[in-house]
Design a protein around this ligand. Structure first.
Ligand SMILES: [Zn+2]
Length: 102
């Protein structure tokens, strides 16, 4: 049983890490929103560091896979943000629980 369970654990780790590499031109920033306003947002990362990202006219918001607006996003919400590499721009901000049956 031991080798099998460690193989499963490894698979889960790889699956969890895979989205990090899903987009060559985007970096994923994951964390919890600590500050949000019309021009910027701050996210506390897992390592307790804070990333501040700008919100621009190109920024889009998705709640549980559906189009949303900045006003739907609240402090304390878990987010995954697509940030174009080399920028501090929140391009796509995803939050909300995943939809069932997807
Ligand atoms: Zn992505």
């Amino acid at each position: 049983m031991k080798p099998l369970s460690s193989a499963i654990a490894l698979t889960l780790i790889v699956a969890a890490a895979a989205p990090l590499w899903a987009h060559g031109n985007y970096e994923h920033v994951r964390g919890v929103v600590t500050v949000i306003n019309s021009t910027s947002m701050s996210v506390e990362l897992q390592d307790k560091k804070t990333r501040t990202l700008t919100i621009t006219a190109k920024s889009t918001f998705e709640k549980s896979g559906e189009p949303a607006q900045i006003k739907d996003l609240k402090v304390g919400e878990r987010v995954v943000i697509e940030v174009p590499k080399g920028t501090a721009e929140a391009r796509i901000v995803r939050f909300g629980p995943p939809k069932k049956g997807k």
